[in-house]
Design a protein around this ligand. Sequence first.
Ligand SMILES: Nc1ncnc2c1ncn2[C@@H]1O[C@H](COP(=O)(O)OP(=O)(O)OP(=O)(O)O)[C@@H](O)[C@H]1O
Ligand SMILES: [Mg+2]
Length: 322
Amino acid sequence: MTAPIIVVDDVHKRFGETRALDGVSLSVDQGTVLGLLGPNGAGKTTTVRVLATLLRPDSGSAAVAGFDVRRQADEVRSVIGLTGQYAAVDEKLTGHENLWMVGRLLGMSRADAHQRAEELLERFSLSDAGDRQVRTYSGGMRRRVDLAVSLVGRPRVLFLDEPTTGLDPASRLELWDIARELVADGTTVLLTTQYLEEADELADRIVVIDRGKVVAEGTADELKDQTRGRVLQVEVADRTRLDEAREVLARMAPPEDIHVDTSTRSVSVAVGTDTALAASAIAVLSSAGVEIADFTLERPSLDDVFLELTGSSADATTEDDR
Ligand SMILES: Nc1ncnc2c1ncn2[C@@H]1O[C@H](COP(=O)(O)OP(=O)(O)OP(=O)(O)O)[C@@H](O)[C@H]1O
Ligand SMILES: [Mg+2]
């Protein structure tokens, strides 16, 4: 059992009439990745800004590495790194200069700051571009230098606010690898994302927020199970026996959970998390003499879960959210 290193307890934050955070509670164990998932305007960035001491909560408490974000802001800042949703590097400086400057701001000697800058440029495959102004970098390179900047001080806790939004698939994979390396080295990561796939890939646990409230949490698997759960789809060998198959299944499951699809010659039944129900459905069909050509037991995708929980699709963008 590891102890939580991030604890958020009933945090509220309003902007005028907008309840950006409406009683958010969550915790993150040391050395793990929490995926904070939610649609536009859900309160992800606001949560990160509260934890990074950039914004004071109206009520509730939040602590990082045991330090209270309100009363011990300096201590919190000394253990965290933040890569914001929008690039924070200076475009007119080179990659090396950006990193060097942050090192100096953190109190490193000139030599140490240069060394750290070189180390990070190398780690992020930016050595060749290190002496070029950041404004000449591609989007993926900017993201990498942004992440590198947040790592200068070797943070124990790293906040990544939508780190891969707008990146091409290759750059996204590269960033995921870097994030995994950091976690392997013991860093705790709180990652916000609108990409379910990203949360599925990187996060040990996922918290789904919507309109400032936590609407679900758990591992990706647990979230998939919390919703409609699994669906057993059975393809019958003889199309004319589909209705019979439906009737047989109706003895064990409510009619609204059973669907017949004549085009695929199949009947499906929602079995929730009860795999035994799936097995007995197949047994019941067989013993009724319905020949089964094929069957699958499918789990909902994280996309289905997200849609069901928030009522909006993961990639939907709205105009009024900023
Ligand atoms: N400084 C601010 N002033 C006024 N309203 C704000 C401010 N910051 C956030 N909000 C509002 O608070 C709500 C939550 O915003 P937040 O930026 O936390 O959402 P988000 O989950 O990060 O969304 P996105 O996926 O678009 O980045 C939104 O309705 C937003 O318009
Ligand atoms: Mg945001």
